[in-house]
Design a protein around this ligand. Sequence first.
Ligand code: BGC
Length: 400
Amino acid sequence: MNNQFALSNTQLLEIANDLKSKIETGLQEDGTEIKCLPTYIHPKKDGIKGEATVFDLGGTNFRAAVVSVGEETKITGMAEKDITEMKTAGFTETDLYNSEAEAIVQLKLPANSSIGYCFSYPAKPMLNGDAELIVWTKGVNIAGMAGKPIGAPMVKFLNDTMNAGFNGKIAVVNDTITSLFAGLANPGYDAYIGLIVGTGTNMATFFPSTYIPKINGMEGWSGETPVNLESGNFNPPNLTKFDVEVDDNSDNKGFQRFEKAISGMYLGRIFRAVFPNDGLDINLDAAGLSKMMNNPDQYKLEYVETAFQIYERSAKLVAASIAGLVLNLSTAYPSVKKIQVLAEGSLFWSKVKAHDTKYVDVVNACLAELLAESGLNDIKVDISRIENANLIGAAMSVLS
Ligand code: BGC
């Protein structure tokens, strides 16, 4: 069947190289397409001990848990809440804190606890560990919060309204940063990447501060810097008219173009753009596409194949973005040979019956070809997974 989502290796390499050069620009100055947000934490791999309260505001759920890190990592008590209500018009900052409190109240909070907050939206980290919201993504749009710290007002609210007694440190970190940190548990790599492909998408890595002109020489900070790229906002070449359509009908037109071509929140919308006259359910989402790909005999061949083409392109675009970042890393660390990607997200670890395909296998195969064609076949990239990476990484952030 004709594949309107096919991308040649030449096109994928154009995408990889474009991302590479936009990362360089983002490391030079603020406010560029690839934001490259430095996080001011030196994560300790070993010797961390203690207990932290951990929050995780993702694209689909809010979770709260108590995590103890030491010889053994233990997660005690976990409360979870669907965040659909946060995506409705008129939802306020106070509604957000109240909603978070409903989950937190279910935990047995340690006294004077520190908080590690895994926050899956673009935010500018501050030297004190808190971070300022830049903009909401993934359908959340709570007014009046951009440009202000995320952690401090939430802690004040929780202490005032539920006597939570938080008076320890707080670290607000992106979910790619928590994945990056959790991945340090696997030793022996020259470089590490944190990758999310779920409701949204993004990557993070470490760069030497000297390689980041916009913070090089900054007072109070030096050494290896964890950088949240915000690669979901990448506007790559070689997208289709269907991607334009999805973007035009979104609540943040012109932004998060890469995310809109890749992540779970948008795959159903791309599919609907291909069949505008079929009266498809407006709620058809990535889960709906999985259903088609997993029950091929119950759907039109054209639907099953198109769903598969969109799924496969998503994996190839992810491979191209990893290849782009590997190109940066090979410049920042000329002797780099082994890189680990710690990947999180339900789409990334999915598999479908159509063509008996695992998403990660498509990423690995495509990445190997792109690296070989870029002359980087001496670099080995391993993609791994760690249970509860976000919760563990958030605890590491505040306990390091
Ligand atoms: C956000 C990122 C986040 C990613 C994955 C994107 O929409 O901008 O901060 O890391 O989703 O959750």
